[in-house]
Write a protein that binds this ligand. Structure first.
Ligand code: PAF
Length: 283
């Protein structure tokens, strides 16, 4: 049996725990989360355990990445279950600061993101989002000083933004992306899936099915515009309000004209009722 994780809620407690880790040899991994943990997070923890001697998981619902109209207040918070899951996975440290610790009175600094953060995907619909993510992840990296940090590919643009930020600011962290974990019917795991009604939950896998079918059409040589338009029609016909369904270069997120401009990633974001789902697949 491994020891239960250290739970740090203040910066001095975090530093004490990390000093203990740094005193011994071996890499430290960080898995940043907002809690409400699911199998996708557990997969990140397991990958972290294979790559590092010590694994820290942060749980912080970051207000600065939510617009006032979004779900900060109702975002699922499942602290007890999260701690039990992380203990069962043998996590060494849980970093669980409160809002005042992360953003004390007078806090006045933000990380301004460009490049992949202005690709015209999530940023077009959530203009506040990447400055909030980059600022909090930058703080988490500086607080926890990990050697590696793991993020799910489900938030594909976020993964690119965080990797770019860590490189640009010489934070000394290697950002590693891990494949999306899916339900049996293909729906990408997300803490927000709990918002779906049973009927919406039945419809939700259409997103993944359509992306997979579109990727297959493109690999088979179909015209890109025609394949994307066909996919968009299927998604809309299933009852989604589409924010975007786009083919982009998988590294730069720049628009592409044809599959030859690859590697290509298809990215989608759509509302199902009041729940916003995002997903992506490689072509
Ligand atoms: O993907 C998430 O859960 C969040 O955006 C992150 C990276 C933990 C930053 O708050």
């Amino acid at each position: 049996m491994s020891r239960p994780p250290i739970i740090a809620r203040t910066l001095p407690a975090l530093r004490r725990a990390l000093d203990g880790f740094h005193a011994k040899s071996g890499a430290i991994a960080l898995v940043p989360t907002m809690g409400a943990l699911h199998d996708g997070h557990v997969a990140l923890v397991r990958l972290a355990k294979r790559r590092a001697a010590r694994v820290a998981v942060s749980i912080f619902v970051n207000p600065s990445q939510f617009a006032p109209t979004e779900d900060f207040g109702s975002y699922p918070r499942t602290w007890k279950a999260d701690v039990a899951r992380l203990a069962a996975e043998g996590v060494d440290l849980i970093w669980n600061p409160d809002v005042k610790t992360m953003y004390p009175a007078g806090f006045a600094t933000r990380i301004l993101t460009e490049g992949p953060a202005t690709a015209g995907l999530e940023d077009r619909f959530r203009p506040h989002f990447f400055a909030g993510v980059a600022t909090v992840v930058g703080k988490l990296f500086m607080q926890c000083r990990p050697d590696i940090a793991l993020f799910g590919e489900k938030d594909f643009q976020q993964l690119r933004v965080v990797a770019q930020m860590a490189r640009d600011l010489d934070l000394g962290v290697r950002v590693i992306g891990a494949p999306t974990v899916r339900e049996r019917d293909g729906l990408a795991m997300s803490s927000r899936n709990v918002y779906l009604s049973p009927e919406q939950r039945r419809v939700a896998p259409v997103l993944y099915r359509t992306m997979k079918a579109t990727a297959q059409r493109l690999r088979g040589g179909d015209d890109l515009d025609a394949a994307m338009a066909g996919g968009a029609e299927l998604i809309t016909a299933a009852g989604f309000a589409l924010d975007y369904f786009e083919a982009r270069h998988a590294q730069t997120l720049a628009p592409v004209q044809s599959i030859k401009d690859g590697p290509i990633r298809l990215l989608v974001a759509a509302m199902l009722g009041s729940t916003r789902l995002i997903d992506n697949v490689a072509v």
